[in-house]
Write a protein that binds this ligand. Structure first.
Ligand code: AMP
Length: 190
């Protein structure tokens, strides 16, 4: 199964992506996690990404697309993948289509986890206290939500037009949402 998880920051994408990928037996690929690992390791990619991630801006498409292209070339992806945090705009979505075409394949499903803004801001501020992410300050959170609304939310139309979009309500407990996701997705092997 080749899938994408969409949803605003704070909708619980990361948590759900890990669970869902386990269930589908595919790697969860989080571009945010890959950037954070590179920043922590002070790699050239990390040094490029940092000036953007710190302030909640999107890392330039060429950098992000190249990173995803090399990740999708790794052998564990042959059985499928769950992308979390990519694509983030229409240009990335078009690039992803080309990457998959080159590999002779395409996406099976795109899942949008929906959540209301007050709830996601509250969740992100709560997470800031626990994880201490530099991009979880109120100002940066607001900016990330704006970027989502402007650049990423239009992707739901992009995928709906292709008949690939499924929407899942992200409100409630982690278990509630995980159950809804399991129910919304085709079962592997069936
Ligand atoms: P996330 O963990 O998905 O919230 O991502 C954290 C930050 O990493 C974002 O605010 C962006 O700065 C950067 N990032 C993650 N994924 C992408 C992407 N697909 N395109 C550009 N920047 C990204």
């Amino acid at each position: 199964m080749r899938s994408v998880l969409l949803g605003p920051p704070g909708a619980g994408k990361g948590t759900q992506a890990v669970r869902l990928a386990q269930r589908l037996d595919v790697p969860a690929i989080s571009t945010g996690d890959i950037f954070r690992a590179n920043i922590a390791g002070d790699t050239p990619l990390g040094r490029t990404a940092r000036s953007y991630t710190d302030v909640g801006k999107l890392v330039p498409d060429e950098v992000t697309n190249d990173m995803v292209r090399s990740r999708l070339a790794e052998p564990d992806v042959a059985k499928g993948f769950l992308l979390d945090g990519y694509p983030r705009n229409t240009a990335q979505a078009c690039e992803l289509e080309k990457m998959l075409e080159a590999l002779g394949t395409k996406l099976d499903v795109v899942v949008e986890i929906t959540a209301d803004t007050d709830e996601v801001v509250a969740r992100l501020l709560g997470r800031a206290k626990i994880e201490g992410r530099v991009d979880d300050t109120e100002e940066v959170i607001r900016h990330r939500l704006e970027v989502y609304a402007r650049s990423t939310a239009p992707l739901t139309d992009f995928y709906a037009e292709r008949g690939q979009l499924v929407r899942v309500d992200g409100m409630g407990t982690v278990d509630d949402v995980a159950e809804r996701l399991a129910a919304a997705l085709p079962t592997p092997g069936v």
